[in-house]
Design a protein around this ligand. Structure first.
Ligand SMILES: [Zn+2]
Length: 421
């Protein structure tokens, strides 16, 4: 299918070749043997891509600074520079075995908009800012979207700084180690609007042969950390009746996550993604298990119901196995509804460019979910092959990414005319 926009006089388009080239260039920072990226937040690889962001945006006439959480802003002035900026962004950090597109096309799509403006000399009324949110993935420093969360006053800065990775390295220590923080206090940065282009990370657009997802909101989600404490004891000499086996309680509680989500089909999802067993020795009854739980549903009431069912099951297993079970909720992200005016701008942009589009609710968390609390916000999705994401084989076509960036450009220009008019 040919999705090249029909060029009309006065209609800007993004440079699809330059955008694709930026994708391949940034993919080198933390490149893995399997064609993916390992670029954990505030790692050396993250420092490299941040430096690339500064160089690239500066060459396109932008001024780049970072705030106290290391969030990067690349700004070009507007003709009325007293207006708050229209921001476009996403994240450049990845999962440990991440792909080349998740988050990245949101930042690079913003850079493509910047390039289109720069090369044609087109001025906007509002300043335009490209944003790289720090630590979106949450795989090094949980929870996800940590710094857009600080920006939107969901988390305070002390909490974010105290988050530590599995090696015990604190967020603020990691931030200092790559010199990523700037002087501006995080969140003291009003935005007129925020746009985020992203791969769908699910299979719907591809299955329906749509090029553009007009994202109306984000489903609700909660993350938990579970610690089950029993007693380490000798695997040969401790009778079955006298054990406090944390792992046996854990396997049952973990499998309940699956059942709880299936009970609320088809929209609810529940996942145990990280497990640690201590002492993890073949002839010791395990005394402690740590695991994580992720529950999501488009309706907040369903997420609450899933949590309640999970806590009930934990209480029962705690008695049955004579172990203590601690559940801490480390993240609560209520369902989000994006700004109707901006959602309509995206729909109109997709229509005017003749891209097949549909409305969609995001199944994944995004920085936009938090930014929506402090600024009119929306997102644009493009398909990814097989719906695969958080995987080194994650793939999106050059044509679809360019289509998303062209919709982004057009929606931004329309918002620039309409807002604060
Ligand atoms: Zn992402």
């Amino acid at each position: 299918m040919n999705h090249e926009p029909r060029q009309q006089p006065g209609n800007l388009g993004i440079d699809a070749d330059a955008l694709w080239s930026d994708i391949l260039t940034t993919a080198q920072y933390g490149a893995t043997a399997k064609g993916g990226i390992r670029r954990l937040a505030l790692s050396e690889e993250d420092r490299q891509v941040r430096d690339w962001f500064v160089r690239t945006c500066t060459a396109l006439g932008a001024t780049v600074h970072a705030d106290s959480m290391g969030i990067q802003f690349a700004r070009v002035p507007g003709t009325d520079d007293s207006l708050p900026p229209i921001a476009i962004g996403s994240h450049l950090d990845t999962q440990p075995t991440g792909g080349k597109f998740d988050g990245i096309i949101g930042v690079l799509g913003g850079i493509a908009v910047l390039r289109a403006l720069h090369e044609t000399g087109r001025k906007t009324r509002h300043p335009i800012e490209i944003v790289n949110w720090t630590n979106e993935e949450g795989s090094r420093f949980a929870p996800a979207m940590l710094c857009s969360g600080v920006f939107a006053k969901v988390f305070d800065e002390d909490y974010a700084n105290s988050r530590a990775d599995r090696d015990g390295i604190r967020f603020d220590t990691a931030l200092r180690s790559i010199d990523a923080a700037g002087k501006e206090k995080c969140g003291e940065h009003p935005l007129a609007a925020y746009f985020e282009l992203h791969i769908e990370q699910g299979p719907i657009l591809e299955a329906e042969e749509r090029v553009i997802g007009i994202v109306t909101g984000v489903q609700g989600m909660r993350w938990y950390e579970v610690t089950i404490s029993g007693r380490d004891s000798h695997a040969g000499t401790t009778p079955m009746s006298m054990r406090n086996d944390a792992l046996q309680a854990a396997t049952r509680l973990m499998s309940s996550v699956q059942d709880i989500a299936l009970n609320r089909a088809p929209n609810a999802v529940g996942t145990v993604g990280l497990v640690e067993v201590r002492p993890n020795s073949r002839n010791v009854v395990p005394g402690e298990v740590f695991f994580t739980v992720d529950f999501r549903d488009p309706q907040d009431s369903n997420v609450v119901a899933m949590e309640n069912a999970f806590r009930d099951r934990a209480a029962t297993l705690s008695r049955e196995f004579d172990v203590s079970i601690g559940i801490s909720e480390i993240w609560d992200s209520p369902a989000v509804h994006f700004d109707g005016g901006l959602v309509d701008s995206v729909a109109r942009a997709a229509r005017s460019l003749n891209f097949p589009a549909r409305e969609i609710v995001s199944g994944a968390g995004h920085d936009a979910a938090y930014v929506a609390r402090v600024a009119p916000t929306t997102m644009i999705f493009v398909p990814c092959a097989g719906g695969l994401s958080h995987n080194e084989a994650e793939s999106a076509s050059r044509e679809d990414v360019a289509a998303g960036a062209n919709v982004l450009l057009r929606a931004v220009l329309e918002a620039d005319e309409r807002l604060n008019a």
